[in-house]
Structure formats: C-alpha cells, structure tokens
Design a protein around this ligand. Structure first.
Ligand SMILES: Cc1cc2nc3c(=O)[nH]c(=O)nc-3n(C[C@H](O)[C@H](O)[C@H](O)COP(=O)(O)O)c2cc1C
Length: 248
C-alpha cells in the first residue's frame, strides 16, 4: 500500500524557523507518510497575473511556468495539505500569500451557492485533502491569529480542502530560551497522530497553544532583547530563569 502523501508549505525566511520545526514535529506524529515540502522563500513563484487562462484557455493549468508547477502537481496526489507560516502583520507572509493565490487553477470559475447559501467556487478535481494551519507569533495572545485563522478556513471552504485543525503557538519570542518549549513537542506529535485518524482535538490544540510565560514576562523578554546592552540582557536573563523555574 502506498504511503499517504503530504504537501507542506513552509513559509518562514529564517534558517532556524520555529514554525518549520513545528511542521516537522507534526509530520513526525503522522508516522509513515510521503512528505513533499516547499519552502516559499526559496522558490521563484510569481504573483497571479489575473489572466484567467487557468479558467478559460487552459482549464486547470497556469500560464506562468515557474516553481509553482511542482506544487500543483504534488497537490493533485495529496491527502494532506499543511500550511506552516509565521504570523506577519496579522496575516500570511507575502511569499505564502502569493502561493495561496496561485491555487486558483484548482477551482472552477462558476459561482455556486454553498451548503450555507454563501457563494463559492466549485473545486475542479475530486480532491478534498485534510488541511492544517501551523503558525507561531511573537505576541503572547491567541487573538492575534484571528485573521489568519479566518482566512485559512475560507480558503478551505473555497478550495475543497477539508479543514482538520490548527497548530498555533503565540508568544514564540520565548523560543530563544533553551529547552523551554520542549514540553510542547509531544503535543505537536500527538496533533499529527490525531490528524491521521480524524481532526486535531480541541484539547491538543489548547495544550499546544498554552503560554510558557505571562504576557508581561513575554513583553519584558522582547523589550530586553531590543534594548540590548547589560540592562536589556539582565532583563532577558531574569525572564528566562523564571520560565525555566516554571517548567521545572
Ligand atoms: C515582518 C514581521 C511581521 C510580524 N508580524 C507579527 C504580528 O503581526 N504579530 C505577532 O504576534 N508577531 C509578528 N511577528 C513575529 C513572528 O510571527 C514570530 O517571531 C514567529 O514566531 C517567527 O516564526 P519563524 O521562526 O518560523 O520565522 C512578525 C515578524 C516579522 C519579521
């Protein structure tokens, strides 16, 4: 039996991306899968030019021949789509949004009413891969993900993707404190396991989202970093010690 196929978009420009690490942990939890990962910042993907060739002249095929073609090919055989991207200005980083726009060939031009009566496009292929949003952000509250979460759900509804959960970590500034995030690794692997058998449970989602620091400590940590100098470093060290004591 062939392995389930996973298409992942990893959307951070950072070599040691926190979000990418979360993506890998989730895939580990999924077990024996075939992963095709695309790094948005390393690819040459032009913005959609709104020529609508993919809807009229060459249905399903984009007129632009660039690095997005292999993404579409991999997508056509995938059972899972994982979109992992840091939160940038309350939304998706530009290169990830560019890739999202280029998925237009997988839907058809017709406007039809959905089950809820709201207008949408039908999907072009008989595909309904399970889709998961993976993100981290610097601010310590979950509410900063609101726009991105809503955007992802709409994308799922309109692209025929089956929304299957979220892996979201706020307050990721604390990532720099060695070991302090390790307690989440098992929960993220569990999310991967749950995904294979259904959807990521609300309990696991909540465990992953749990803050390591209070909002105030998070702010102090980041402020210390940008302040620099001895005072800033002392502020960061104090927060780091507190975080480690709390986790034991
Ligand atoms: C251009 C830019 C915009 C950002 N915008 C936000 C934001 O709107 N809200 C937030 O909480 N963090 C924001 N951040 C912080 C990142 O989301 C956070 O550091 C994230 O964990 C980085 O993940 P990565 O290591 O995978 O790149 C921003 C960072 C950058 C560089």
């Amino acid at each position: 039996m062939s392995k389930p196929k996973v298409v992942a978009i990893s959307g951070s420009p950072r070599a040691r991306s926190f979000t990418d690490r979360m993506l890998d942990l989730c895939v580990q939890g999924m077990g024996d899968v075939e992963l095709t990962k695309f790094y948005a910042y390393k690819m040459k993907v032009a913005p959609c030019m709104a020529c609508f060739s993919c809807w009229r002249q060459t249905p399903g095929e984009c007129a632009q021949k660039d690095d997005f073609a292999p993404v579409l090919e991999a997508y056509k055989g995938a059972q899972y789509v994982l979109v992992a991207a840091p939160l940038y200005v309350w939304g998706f980083p530009g290169p990830v949004k560019t890739m999202i726009d280029r998925f237009i060939p997988v839907i058809e031009p017709w406007m039809i009413p959905g089950e809820d009566g709201v207008t949408r496009h039908p999907r072009r292929y008989e595909l309904s891969p399970k889709a998961v949003l993976i993100s981290s952000c610097g601010f310590p509250e979950m509410k900063h993900f609101d726009l991105m979460r809503a955007h992802f759900k709409l994308m799922c509804d309109n692209s025929g993707w089956t929304w299957a959960g979220e892996i979201l970590i706020p307050g990721a500034a604390v990532y720099g404190i060695p070991g302090v995030f390790d307690f989440k690794h098992d929960a993220i692997r569990s999310a991967g396991r749950e995904l294979v058998s259904g959807v990521i449970s609300p309990e696991t989602t909540a465990e992953i989202a749990k803050n390591v620091l209070s909002a105030e400590d998070s702010r102090n940590l980041v402020n210390g970093y940008f302040e620099g100098g001895i005072k800033g470093k002392a502020k960061m060290a104090a927060v780091a010690v507190k975080a480690r004591i709390r986790r034991g």
